[in-house]
Design a protein around this ligand. Structure first.
Ligand code: NDP
Ligand code: 2IT
Length: 456
């Protein structure tokens, strides 16, 4: 047998053994196992070519978080009743910089979700080219139907404990599902009070009045569209004149809709966790923003004053709407195999993952087999954390850059993530497969930094 083929078989067997250890050590953590499986399978050609990663135990180390902190978050609701939630922070990998990653407040949050997000973040942050390691955190707190005062009391209690583990050179949280500008403001206020110092760089996604970066709010959605635009341009295509479906109606979705429309697309649908709206004339983004950002209501209300639009209960039906470009921007595993097949049947040309891990492994396979241009999450949604790193840079140097400057840097970063992913895919024998390309490009930098720093 040819040497190369034998090395590949050995790499595959070794990777399978590492994955079995992950399964044994993290039982019942399906999301974490899914994220690890996707990365490890991409790394077969790397391990086959470079024995050093195996000799240095890089895979065994990279799948194990440096630490996972869980803590009690007690708070008092508006009725005076004591409530208790569970807080998490995973500090996954600090090889290339301080831990960096968002906080998610959602009832589904558990160790598996936080670990999958922290693991993904490690590779995503590496891809940005910025000096940031991987972390993630959050709580099973449900912000829905809570008063502003309840949000503040919960958030302050959460930070009282979290503050022991974070700092501008240690670990820098930001937003994610259920954590936006309001929550970051309360988190920062409490941190500042505890520390007795205005350490702006401890959190990103801050308000621009107190150290936030212009264009951070827009960055993930805009970045996702910039990334998809690169994929399309390589095939002589573009957003102009295309029909787009975006799931979600939160931070990522809203700015993906905005940028896609700016580039000449018609965005015909978006959703929330209850259902989706379909507006064949193109959705009225101002109305969506008013409903979701200001009034904090359900997307269903959109149809009350938009006669051409329809509303359907349930989230997965949104993928039955024919479109050229699909941007899943809500949550993990929102596109399963059936939804992917439906999108392909209806002629989808490109999929850009604004959310983290929105496609199941089977769905990704369907897209790749069908030749759909597929922008995986850790590449396509890296714009948010990339601009977070730019916010940290501004905070360290006490500067505030113009919107246009940050946006131009974001655009440049998304382009280079695309190019690096394309190049890695080609170099390791999977031309055009950006899942493999992004995973390998993200991995190599972290792995080489780990080797340089010894067995720690
Ligand atoms: P938001 O909380 O602002 O918005 C989340 C949106 O997704 C809401 O419309 C929400 O509906 C919907 N949603 C949440 N959970 C579910 C669910 N279980 N099923 C269906 N819909 C759901 O969060 P973001 O926009 O910040 O985050 C969206 C995704 O993007 C997440 O996967 C996040 O990890 C990822 N991401 C975010 C980044 C950021 O900078 N914010 C950066 C990179 C990735 P409802 O209004 O009903 O709650
Ligand atoms: O998933 C993500 O990349 C985020 N939620 C943003 C993290 C950050 O630190 O800006």
């Amino acid at each position: 047998m040819a040497v190369a083929a034998e090395q590949e078989i050995q790499a595959r067997e070794y990777i399978q053994a590492v994955f079995e250890t992950v399964q044994r050590r993290n039982p019942n953590e399906s999301e974490f196992q899914q994220a690890v499986k996707e990365i490890l399978e991409s790394l077969v050609p790397v391990l086959a070519k470079h024995p050093k990663y195996r000799e240095q135990g890089i895979l065994e180390r990279i799948v194990e978080p440096e630490r996972l902190v869980t803590f009690r978050v007690p708070w008092v609701d508006d009725q005076g009743i004591v409530r208790v939630n569970r807080g998490f922070r995973v500090q996954f990998n600090s090889a290339i910089g301080p831990y960096k990653g968002g906080l998610r407040f959602h009832p589904s949050v558990n160790a598996s979700i936080i670990k999958f997000l922290g693991f993904e973040q490690t590779f995503k942050n590496s891809l940005t080219g910025q000096p940031i390691g991987g972390g993630k955190g959050g709580s099973d707190f449900d912000p829905k139907d809570k008063s502003d005062r309840e949000i503040m009391r919960f958030t302050q209690s959460f930070m009282t404990e979290l503050s022991k583990y974070i700092g501008p050179d240690t670990d820098i949280p930001a937003g994610d599902i259920g954590v936006g500008g309001r929550e970051i403001g309360y988190l920062f206020g409490q941190y500042k009070r505890i520390r007795g110092a205005h350490e702006a760089g401890v959190l990103t996604g801050k308000g621009t009045l107190y150290g936030g970066s212009l264009a951070r709010t827009e960055a993930t959605g805009y970045g996702c569209v910039y990334f998809v635009d690169e994929m399309l341009a390589a095939k002589g295509l573009g957003f102009e004149g295309s029909t787009v479906v975006v799931s979600g109606s939160g931070n990522v979705a809203i700015y993906a809709v905005e940028k896609a429309a700016q580039l000449g697309a018609k965005v015909v649908a978006c959703s929330d966790s209850n259902g989706y709206i379909h507006d064949p004339n193109g959705i009225d983004l101002a109305a969506v923003r008013r409903l979701k950002e200001q009034e904090r209501k359900r997307i269903a209300e959109y149809v009350l004053d938009h006669p051409g639009a329809t509303y359907q209960e349930g989230c997965s039906g949104i993928w039955s709407i024919p479109c050229d470009i699909a941007l899943p921007c809500a949550t993990q595993n929102e596109i399963d195999e059936d939804a992917a097949k439906l999108l392909v049947k209806n002629g989808v040309k490109a999929v850009g993952e604004g959310a983290n891990m929105p496609s199941t492994l089977q769905a990704i396979e369907v897209f790749l087999q069908a030749g759909v241009l597929f922008g995986p999450a850790k590449a396509a949604n890296a714009g948010g954390v990339a601009v977070s790193a730019l916010e940290m840079a501004q905070n360290s140097t006490r500067q505030a850059w113009e919107f246009e400057e940050v946006d131009a840097r974001l655009h440049g970063i998304m382009r280079s993530i695309y190019q690096n992913s394309v190049q890695a895919a080609e170099e390791y024998g999977h031309p055009g497969n950006l899942v493999v390309g992004a995973n390998i490009a993200g991995f190599l930098k972290v792995a080489d930094a780990m080797i340089a720093q010894g067995v720690v």
